[in-house]
Design a protein around this ligand. Structure first.
Ligand code: F6R
Length: 596
């Protein structure tokens, strides 16, 4: 997983490329490099982050170039394995995002023909292959080279003596930014928003040739094609920190707005909208990975409660191993990036099985928006922090809307119920604001959690997945080993691990699970573990069980995962901050997981 950018225009390319790469670091940040076309092709690459490379790169007189920020998949992070790679004659440079599956065979073949390799990567075979087929036309050489390749890619290549950038895409994102006398390429629009809001999406199998004045797009068969220019409504300000110490905190605080924006888009016209297929499904399967999977689990409870339709939730990476069903359920694929390889593979498999696929995603033009039968866009805006926050709550809102729409389609909700639920949904932004207002009250909980090496999170019913998500958030940014459990499962094994150094975070909200949750917590408190209760406002009784209580505003149980998510995001953030962790870029993780 990596980020690629390219520039060809009337300005010096180096700074534009380095600035754009910084905005792509969420896709990977263990090494970085640029290639600028000058009287030669000048390549600078280094292990580390863009800021480290910037210190090394002198001012280079060049107006065309490409850059890459890497997250190692094939070969350790090192300057040798960093992109761009140059051909042996130094006339071609290339960057790549994806995986070349048959690279070992190709490497052997190319070595036998005299090509020398300086890295352990799969990418280096690409530059030598392109060189092998180069006969004066870089675009033709790249197209020919790709015929030998098995795998996935977004590729950008430049050649000595030319202001053209040649690109190709298969199952990895790539957009062309359209400017005046300058054009761009990037893995993601946020990288180039500073310069242009007009983009052309490159689709699977397509290639393109970009120069300062021209963009030529080619079909997989090599025919030149025309594609409309899309205007992006996200601004470059949306992708900046705006005074917050970290993107994660900024994104947590944006949630009243992002939840409202997502609701506004669909709630009013829900009865007449066609977001779902007209035929009411007899079952629903939700497929997703990571945080999106937890949103899917919340969605299961919501759909079953409101629409009374059975729901199965599957991990993207496991869906292919499940048996095909005969009744062709509605398959909902949740992926904020729209590029997660496992979720995309599940989408293809679901379509192959004849299911209607509905994608819930945050990125317009992402692969899933083109592959699913229908799409619901969450309106969270660009999420830069690797840990998902605002996209998660926007996903929850979308799933409530889907549940409501399914209920409407089946006549499972009456006029009054509908009005009531819509009003409750509209109150979510205010509920979130009330959680954000009390961020300071987390101090005691932060101290308890920061001392721990292990922690458990428990909940029941719709807040069981909320606690899985709370544990995931904590572990990914604070590196504390945290596990989420259905509260009833503790006594079936994990209880053996609880001791005075292992805190338990328990969601004991005033709903139908309250009494059972209190019993579970009592069991743990008796074993001397520090217990941190998340309680409903005004529930003073929980102080009898523990000194460590954080309160959330009361709300209908069905919607409680939203304020609870925000609270647990804040907890994870402040614990990670207290421990001095690199919050926006946790080690080994990247924002968009485009490998299976
Ligand atoms: C955790 C996180 C990941 C993603 C997962 C799926 O904070 O962000 O667990 O949720 O990689 O990503 P998407 O939603 O892009 O498919």
């Amino acid at each position: 997983m990596c980020g690629i950018v390219g520039y060809s225009g009337d300005k010096m390319a180096t700074d534009i490329i380095l600035d754009s790469l910084i905005r792509l670091e969420y896709r990977g940040y263990d090494s970085v490099g640029v290639a600028i076309v000058n009287h030669d092709i000048v390549v600078y690459k280094e292990k580390g982050q863009v800021s480290q490379l910037r210190d090394l790169v002198p001012s280079i007189d060049g107006y065309t170039g490409i850059g890459h920020t890497r997250w190692a998949t094939c070969g350790v992070p090192s300057s040798e394995n960093a992109h761009p790679f140059k051909s042996m004659d130094g006339r071609i440079a290339l960057v790549h995002n994806g995986i070349i599956e048959n690279y070992l065979d190709l490497r052997k073949e190319l070595s036998a023909q005299g090509y020398e390799f300086s890295s352990q990567t799969d990418t280096e075979v690409l530059v030598h292959l392109v060189h092998r087929y180069m006969d004066g036309d870089l675009h033709m050489a790249l197209r020919r080279a790709l015929q030998d390749v098995r795998g996935t890619y977004a590729i950008a290549a430049v050649e000595f003596g030319s202001d053209r950038i040649v690109v190709a895409r298969k199952e990895n994102p790539l957009v062309i930014g359209v400017g005046m006398g300058e054009n761009f390429i990037a893995s993601d629009v946020t990288a180039i928003l500073e310069h242009t809001s007009d983009v052309i999406y490159v689709m699977d199998g397509e290639t393109a040739v970009i120069s300062p004045e021209e963009i030529h797009l080619f079909s997989p068969e090599g025919q030149e094609i025309k594609r409309e220019v899309n205007r992006i409504t996200w601004t470059s300000e949306d992708a900046k920190k705006e005074g917050f110490e970290h993107f994660m905190l900024k994104e947590i605080f944006e949630q009243p707005k992002t939840v409202r924006d997502t609701l506004v888009c669909y709630l009013d016209g829900l009865e007449a909208s066609d977001i779902l297929p007209p035929v009411s499904p007899s079952s629903v399967t939700i497929v997703a990975c990571g945080t999106s999977y937890h949103a899917g689990m919340v969605g299961k409870y919501a759909i079953e409660e409101l629409a009374n339709i059975p729901v199965t939730v599957e991990l993207g990476s496991e869906f292919r191993y499940s048996s095909g069903t005969d009744n062709k359920p509605l398959v909902i694929l949740i992926t904020q990036s729209g590029e997660t390889a496992d979720t995309l593979a599940a989408c293809r498999e679901a379509r192959r099985r004849g299911c209607h696929t509905l994608a819930v995603t945050n990125v317009l033009g992402s692969t899933i928006t083109r592959e699913a039968d229908s799409v619901i866009m969450t309106k969270a805006g660009p999420e830069i922090s690797v840990a998902a926050t605002k996209t998660y709550t926007a996903q929850l809102v979308s799933l409530y809307l889907i549940a409501l729409k399914l209920a409407l389609n089946r006549g499972a909700i009456d006029e009054m119920g509908l009005r009531e639920l819509k009003a409750q949904l509209r109150s979510l932004p205010t509920l979130i604001e009330r959680v954000l207002d009390r961020a300071d009250s987390l101090q005691d909980a932060v101290e308890v959690m920061s001392r721990a090496q292990h922690a458990f999170f428990i909940g029941r019913n719709i807040n069981f997945p909320s606690m899985l998500e709370g544990a995931l958030k904590l572990k990914e940014i604070s590196y504390i080993h945290a596990e989420g459990y259905a509260a009833g499962e503790l006594k079936h094994g994990p209880l053996a691990l609880l001791d005075p150094d292992t805190p338990l975070v328990a969601a004991c909200l005033r709903d139908h699970t309250y009494e059972k949750m209190i019993s579970n917590v009592t069991e743990v408190a008796a074993r001397g573990s520090p217990v941190l209760i998340v309680a409903s406002d005004g529930d003073e009784q929980v102080h009898l069980l523990t000194d460590h209580v954080i309160f959330v505003p009361r709300c209908p149980p069905l919607l409680s995962p939203v304020p609870l998510a925000v609270l647990l995001q804040l907890l994870a953030y402040h614990v990670a901050k207290a421990k001095g962790m690199p919050i926006d870029k946790p080690r080994n993780l990247a924002k968009s997981v485009t490998v299976e």
